[in-house]
Each structure stands twice: as C-alpha cells, then as structure tokens.
Design a protein around this ligand. Structure first.
Ligand code: NAD
Length: 496
C-alpha cells in the first residue's frame, strides 16, 4: 500500500469523469445543470458534476428500453454475457487505485478500506454473478404425461438502481450485477454525495463490452433524478437502498405511475445481545467496537446498540472503551487511518445533535462525543459511546448513522430478546453466548434479516442480505437476488 504522500499526489492529479453516461457515451445534462461534489476529507470541491433531470432520465430510460427490446444483451449467448461481466470485474480490479480514490474523496472513508473492501467487494460481486449466468437452470412443472409446462425466468426490462453514499460501489454492484446477469438494461443513480465511482464504472462496463444503453449512469439529486426514475412509466423496477423514508416515497411514486416493482433495503438499529456466559469478552469488545466504528458508523447494519447482561456490563464496557481508544481518526488518504470522515456537514450536525439528545435523555458520555480535526476543513467526530441508555429513548431508537454506540442492560434472556427486538428496524443482530442451544433459540426469536452468533458483520456475496420491518423488503446478494430481477413465465405445451 502506497504511503500518505503518494496518495496525496494521486489525489492532486485525480481528474474524475463528471458527465452522465447514457447510451454508451458521456454527455452533459440536457439543461446544463450541475451539482457540487464536496470532499468531507477537507471540505474542498472535487468537481461540478452533471445533474440529471427528468429529461435526462427519460433519455436514459429510452436508451435502456431500446437496448432491451433489441435483444442485444438479453439474447446474447450466456457464455458471451458471462465473458463480458467477468471482464468488467477484471477492469474494476485493474482500476483499483482510481476507484478507491473516488470512494475516499467522495465519502471520506479510509483509503486502505476503499482498496481492500469497497473496490475488491464490487469486483467479487460482479464476478460471482457473471459466473452464475451459465449455471442457473429453469424448471419443468410436474404435469401429467399429456403436457409439458416450462417455468422460465425472464428479465424484467429496464431496472433503475437508486443507491446511497455509504458504500457507493459495493451497493451498486449488489444491484447491477444480478440485474445485468439476468439480461436487464440498467440505469444507476448514485447518491449526490458520491457520484464519482459510478461514473468510472460506466466506462469500465463499456470497455468490457456492454452494448450501448445496457448500463447507464445518471448522477443527480434525489428529488429530481431519483424521483424522475421512480415516476417514469417505462421503468420496470426500482432497486433501492437508502433511508426507510425515501423507500416509502419510491413506493408512492410507483403507485402513482406504472406500479413498477420496488425493492427496499433501508436502515437499521442492530443490537449485540451479549449473554453473561460469553466465552471471550475481549473478542466481544473488538467486534462491538469495529461493528459501530467501521466506516465511521455509516453502515446500515452497524451494531449501534450494545444490549448486555447487567452482570458483565461493567467489565465489557471497560474492554469496549479500551478498543475504542485505539481508533485512529485521521486523513482518509492516510493508510494508517482506521476511522475517516463523516460524509457531509449535515450528517455531522445530525450526529453531534444526537449526542446532545442522549445527554438530555439521561445517558452519560463514556467516550468521545465531540467534533475533531476542525483544522482540516473536513467533517470528523470522535468514536462515541453513550452509557446508561434506556431502549425507549431516541438515541436507542433512531438511526444515528454515525460512530455512536449506546449501552443498555438487561436481566434474564427474555428481557434481552425483548429489548433487542424493540425497534422499528430488523436488519441484523448478533448473539454472544457459549450455549449453543440458547444461541439457536434466541436467533429464531430475533426479528432480523441476518443474525450473527459469536461474530459480527461476517458476510459474503453467497448469502442474502436485507431486512424485516422498516429495514425493507428486498434481498441483495446470493442466487436469491436473481428473483428480484426476473419474472416467471409459464409455457404450457399440449402433448396430447
Ligand atoms: P437516502 O434515502 O437519503 O438516499 C438514498 C438514495 O435515494 C440517494 O441516491 C438519493 O439521491 C435518493 N433519493 C433521495 N431522495 C429521493 C427522492 N425523493 N426520490 C427518489 N430518490 C431519492 O439515504 P442516504 O442518506 O443516501 O443513505 C443512508 C441510508 O441508507 C441509511 O438509512 C442507511 O441505513 C441506508 N442504507 C441501507 C443499506 C441496506 O442494505 N439495508 C445499506 C446502506 C445504507
């Protein structure tokens, strides 16, 4: 890994693509609109980026529809489609440096993580779905001998992916890989805070051989470009990740336009449920601290609530605080940094506001709570631990989306499970115990799309990811994600 000076030089020389990518070419927005892309690392302007409006979205949808109807992609032999997507994954790897810079400058995440997790994760995801293309079979229904009934999957048509800023490339890849693998045309709308990696991906996809119109990228404001996609009568599906509130807006747009399919992956308030018999408190403390401070807590499944048996609370908290103190908050371009910036000024104010709310609600600040590195011009906050938090208070119920852990105690497993489940969200949860039977029983009772036992945030493209309740309805990753981009067709053949 290059050192800080090298990354600073690379950042100074970085010239990102800033135009929309429609029908195989970069182009300015029709009305010439732009928005300002600011780096949370130092508050500097990275670029003015083309801002798609309804007219641009319509152009992208028409290009995507033309490509779909022509069959140029969906009717291409599966092995050929696989070859193109594998090449796409390889080009991502070859362009790791530029893509990682785009992520780090846009989002403020540590460069080492952008390289190791974000870029590598997106490439792996594309490769995995590429490899699946010629391995997934359709079905024959168990009819009598006088008929043959085929149940086949068909691509939906034009899929729009509307994604957030916290893992721009990874979350985009979770949508575009299965959507492209199943033969759809795709329009990607990155978040306005993080458009750069998506715009670079567009070029790599074209270089890999995706025909014009099959993969389009339209950066723009949520209420303009996002809404235009949500309301477009010729979009067949919106694959959304973001806040529960915007997810509901997209459902409304769908209902008020063409009833398009909408899948939602929204936020979380994921608990660590730690039982008193846990084997290794140090291991729990490590997992708890990393589970909330990784990506500065801007992770949908961040383990933001520590729900611990009162018998071991003091000892565990002490251990968590020791790990917390080791986080290196610093310049995201410094490979030694383990916690980078908060994505923008608004998010920073929101996080600091929640620390104040926590205090007012009776919590004590056991660690951090302050803005730091103000001289940098960027947006940084200390890793923060709020202690003595009642689960019904706002800091335990609302998604802070920052590096803020709350600590709540319970007496007896039933109370622990009740507290863990008492949230509007249901994305993920962890159970820590030595008792295998208790682990299984509790896992079943936890209303969460993913339950980890004696670990946290273990994941891979091979398993589904998504939530219950306000955390959404969709499932990304694994072969199950293919269902979200295909419709079933029955072909009944008379053999009499
Ligand atoms: P957001 O909902 O504000 O924005 C997400 C996307 O929606 C962006 O592209 C944005 O431009 C667009 N958008 C905003 N307003 C819109 C509108 N009116 N119409 C159409 N599109 C609109 O979320 P965010 O702040 O970018 O991301 C943070 C949220 O995402 C958190 O709640 C987090 O938990 C969630 N998230 C969930 C997952 C998951 O997989 N479950 C993963 C990452 C983030």
């Amino acid at each position: 890994m290059a050192d800080l000076t090298t990354w600073l030089d690379k950042a100074a020389a970085f010239r990102p693509e800033t135009r929309l990518f429609v029908d195989g070419d970069y182009t300015d927005a029709a009305a010439g609109l732009t928005f300002t892309d600011v780096s949370p690392r130092d508050g500097s302007v990275i670029a003015e980026v083309a801002s798609a409006d309804a007219e641009d979205v319509d152009r992208a949808v028409r290009a995507a529809r033309r490509a779909f109807d022509s069959g140029v992609w969906r009717d291409m032999p599966p092995r050929e489609r696989k070859r193109i997507l594998l090449r796409f994954a390889e080009l991502i790897r070859e362009n790791t440096e530029s893509l990682a810079l785009a992520e780090t400058l846009d989002v403020g995440k540590p460069i080492a993580e952008s390289v190791r997790v974000d870029v590598a994760g997106a490439a792996n995801c594309l490769q995995w779905y590429a490899e699946a293309i010629d391995k997934v079979y359709d079905e024959i229904a168990p009819t009598g001998p006088d008929a043959l009934a085929l149940v086949t999957r068909e691509p939906l048509g034009v899929v729009a992916a509307v994604v957030p800023w916290n893992y721009p490339m990874i979350i985009a890849s979770w949508k575009i890989a299965p959507a492209l693998a199943t033969g759809n045309s795709v329009i990607l709308k990155p978040a306005e805070q993080s458009p750069l990696s998506a715009l670079l991906l567009a070029r790599l996809g074209a270089e890999a051989g995706l025909p014009p119109g099959v993969f389009n990228v339209v950066p723009g404001l949520g209420e303009r470009a996002g809404q235009a996609l949500g309301r477009h009568p010729d979009v067949d599906k919106i694959a959304f990740t973001g806040s529960a509130e915007v997810g509901r807006l997209l459902l409304r747009y769908a209902g008020e336009s063409n009833g398009k399919a909408v899948s939602i992956e929204a936020g979380g308030k994921s608990p660590h449920l730690v039982l008193a018999d846990v084997a290794d408190l140090k291991a729990v403390a490590e997992a708890v601290a990393w589970g909330i401070f990784y990506n500065a807590g801007q992770t949908c499944n961040a383990g933001s609530r520590l729900v611990v048996d009162e018998a071991i609370k003091d000892e565990l908290l002490e251990s968590v605080l020791r790990v917390t103190a080791t986080f290196q908050v610093g310049d995201p371009l410094d490979p030694a940094t383990t916690m980078g910036a908060i994505v923008d000024e608004r998010q920073l104010a929101k996080i600091l506001g929640y620390v104040g709310i926590g205090r007012d609600e009776g919590a004590s600040v056991a660690f951090g709570g302050n803005q730091i590195r103000t001289d940098s011009g960027g947006y940084f906050v200390e890793p923060t631990v709020l202690d003595n938090v009642r689960n019904e208070t706002r800091v335990a119920q609302e998604e802070i989306f920052g590096p803020v852990l709350t600590t709540t105690t319970f007496r007896g497993t039933d109370e622990g499970v009740r507290i863990a489940n008492e949230t509007r969200y249901g994305l993920a949860a962890a159970v820590w115990t030595r008792d295998v039977t208790a682990a299984h029983q509790i896992s079943r009772r936890l209303r969460a799309g993913t339950v980890w036992v004696n670990t946290f945030d273990a994941s891979d493209v091979i398993t589904p990811f998504g939530g219950f309740k306000d955390s959404g309805t969709g499932r990304d990753k694994s072969l199950h994600a293919l269902d979200g981009y295909t419709g079933l067709k029955t072909t009944w053949i008379n053999l009499r």
